[in-house]
Each structure stands twice: as C-alpha cells, then as structure tokens.
Design a protein around this ligand. Structure first.
Ligand SMILES: C[S@@+](CC[C@H](N)C(=O)[O-])C[C@H]1O[C@@H](n2cnc3c(N)ncnc32)[C@H](O)[C@@H]1O
Length: 361
C-alpha cells in the first residue's frame, strides 16, 4: 500500500533533475548567445576574422573584461574555438546558425525569446491571476526581433522555391502578368513574406496588415531597403475587423491565426476580402492531431509558447476565443473555417517540421 511519504523511484527523480539542469544550462547559454547576436560579436568574428579579446573589444566597442568573460564562456560552450595565439574563431556551423540571417539554419531569433518573455514576466504572473491579456508591446522590441528572425529564413528560402510550386494554380495566378494579382498578408509582422512575394512576382501588389506598430514601422524600412515600396504597403490594422481593402486574389495567414482573440472573425473578414475564385491560405503549427502528452519536441515548444506568448497576447478582451499554438489542430482549423463560412478546408501536402498548410474555399 502506498503512503504519502513514498517517494518516486530514484531513477525518475534523477532523470528529471538532470533534464531540468540541462534546460537551465540551455537557458543561460542561450542568453549568452543573445550578447553575441545583439552586440554583433559573432558577426565581427565572421566578417572581420578571428580575434583576441582585446581586438574584438576594440572592434566592437565593448568593455574588455566583459568581452574576455564572454569569449571564454563561448569557448567552453563550444560555439567558439581558441588557438594557442589566444585568437577566438567561430566553431563550425555558427555562421549559418547565428550570423547569416537568411540561412535555413539561422536560429539567432531564438536567443531573443527568453529576454522578451523576461520583460513581460511580471505582467504574465499577474495575468495568470486576473485572466487579463498581456499585449505584444509589453514584450518589447526583442519580441519583434525574435518573431521576424524565426520565420524569415523560411520566407527567404522556401516560400517561393518550395511551398508555392505545390499550390500551382495560385503560383500561376501570381505569375500572370496580364492580370496583376492583389495579395493580402494578414498578421504580416515585419512583412518578410510580403517582400518575398513582391520580389518573386514583379506584377503583384501586396497589402500587409498587422496590429503591432513596431512591426509595421520596422517592416516599412525593410520594404524600402529591398526596393519594393511601390508594390508592398504595410499598414497597422486589426485583422479581426473588416479589412481596409478587398478584391484580393490570395489572402495569407502566416502563423498568426492561433494568436488572434477572434479567429473566426478574422477568417470571415478574409473570406469577404477575397474576390470570387480567390483563395485563403493558412500556415499554422504542425501540432499532433489530438492532445498528446507527453509530447515530442515540437509539441513541447508549442505548449510552452502557448502559456508564455500566444495565449496571453490573444486575451485582449473578456470575450477572447484565442486558440493558442497547441490547440490549432486540423479538426479545430476545420471548425474555425466552417464557422467563418468557408465550405472547403484542404490540408495541403506541403511538408514542414513546424507548420501545416490549409487552403480554405
Ligand atoms: C506569430 S506572429 C506572425 C507574424 C508573421 N506573419 C510571421 O510569420 O513572421 C503573429 C502576428 O499577428 C499579429 N496580430 C496579433 N493580433 C492581431 C490583430 N488583431 N490584427 C492584426 N495583427 C495581429 C501580431 O502583431 C504578430 O505580428
């Protein structure tokens, strides 16, 4: 018979302690990666070459003592190597993972997630008690950096090259120069998807809408830098309300539906804003088809992001129906789309470890 004093098997406790130690190690090492990305230290070692602590401090305008400590930490962590000349250089893979922002291996944005959540943490603790939301701006500019860096590589390397060829009629519509297509990017963030669409299809016009002013302000600078300001218009707008324009040939929701307080209203607004024969494409989290616990790493990442990021941001009012990243399963997606008046919901064959793609008609 078990008693209240009975303890778990030592091996289970030992395993959990070890796992949580490794997670703590991951968190503190990730925050050291933040310094390397934010202060341009990896970038300098990549573009200006290997350096001693004194040279790197001089090059990047950092304090020498902190630079020494960071370089030693990075070498211990295996992200840098150090030679007998006391020169530090990037270890294999660091350039792709932490310097080259359009590499498909780039994960520099991951390092911004923890500081952004740290900034919002007091508000999140309070929100757990009150049930109120925590708006995106409460996470600070690092949140926008995290978000844009996480998804940009896929838009730069896969959206045009891999995903659209698997929706050939939409690809053909965008490429049709005799009838320039109009595209809406709903919840556009800083607009990397919109920019890539405009670059790849020189006739199309893209309207990107997002509620976050920092994202739109940043995105407008990127649009100008990439030379597509004549065809990409980014605007602050609430996509759960009727959209400012209609007549779109394609409307995309790139990984934002699960964040919205009123996803059905947003889908309905999109349905009304596309022309007859137009399409609505939704990219959402590739979570398990039914609740699965314990989950795999993707499921665990989505679950953790749900409590810390997506659900608080979507609880903007007492009537919020925010779904969160863990809940946006195919059956839920179908229900949302049907509630918004769509007759068909097709799961597309596009294969991605994090995302599933739907076409609503
Ligand atoms: C997970 S991010 C995705 C951003 C972008 N599509 C990407 O893939 O990088 C979700 C976006 O939805 C935006 N958002 C949240 N609620 C919104 C609303 N009611 N209207 C417009 N945008 C909203 C957020 O500001 C954020 O930029």
């Amino acid at each position: 018979m078990s008693t209240l004093l009975e303890t778990s098997a030592p091996s289970a406790a030992e395993e959990l302690s070890g796992r949580l130690f490794l997670q703590t190690l991951g968190a503190v090492e990730l925050l050291n990666v933040y310094f390397g990305v934010e202060l341009g230290l990896y970038r300098s070692l990549s573009f200006d070459g290997p350096a001693t602590a004194a040279v790197l401090a001089e090059r990047t305008g950092q304090d020498l003592r902190y630079t020494q400590e960071w370089l030693a930490q990075q070498a211990v962590a295996g992200l840098l190597t150090v030679g007998p000349d006391a020169e530090f250089r990037l270890a294999d893979g660091v350039r792709e993972a932490l310097v080259d922002e359009v590499s498909s291996f780039y994960v520099g944005g991951m390092a911004y997630i923890v500081p952004a959540i740290g900034r919002a943490l007091p508000a999140l603790v309070s929100a757990f008690r009150t049930g109120n939301g925590v708006p995106y701006p409460a996470y600070g500019a690092d949140a926008v950096t995290a978000q844009e860096a996480l998804n940009r590589p896929a838009y730069e390397t896969a959206l045009i090259e891999d995903w659209l060829p698997q929706i050939p009629d939409i690809q053909a519509r965008l490429a049709d120069s005799t009838r320039p297509a109009r595209v809406a990017d709903l919840g556009a963030g800083v607009g990397w998807a919109a920019i890539r669409l405009a670059e790849a299809f020189p006739q199309v016009r893209v309207d990107g809408y997002d509620l976050d002013e920092e994202s739109i302000a940043r995105g407008r600078r990127y649009v100008a830098d990439r030379g597509v300001a004549d065809r990409v218009d980014l605007a602050v707008a609430d996509i759960t309300e009727p959209l400012p324009h209609d007549g779109y040939d394609v409307a995309f929701f790139f990984e934002c539906l699960h964040d919205l307080p009123h996803p059905v209203a947003a889908l309905e607004a999109a349905r009304r804003a596309v022309s007859p024969g137009g399409s609505v494409i939704v990219m959402e989290e590739r979570v398990a088809e039914t609740f699965t616990a314990p989950g795999d790493e993707v499921e665990r990442f989505m679950a953790a992001a749900g409590t810390l990021w997506c659900v608080p941001q979507g609880r903007t009012d007492a009537s919020s129906d925010v779904i969160g990243p863990l809940g946006i399963r195919p059956a839920v997606m179908r229900h949302l789309a049907e509630s918004a008046g769509f007759r068909t919901v097709e799961t597309l064959a596009i294969d991605h470890p994090f995302w599933r793609f739907y076409r609503l008609g």
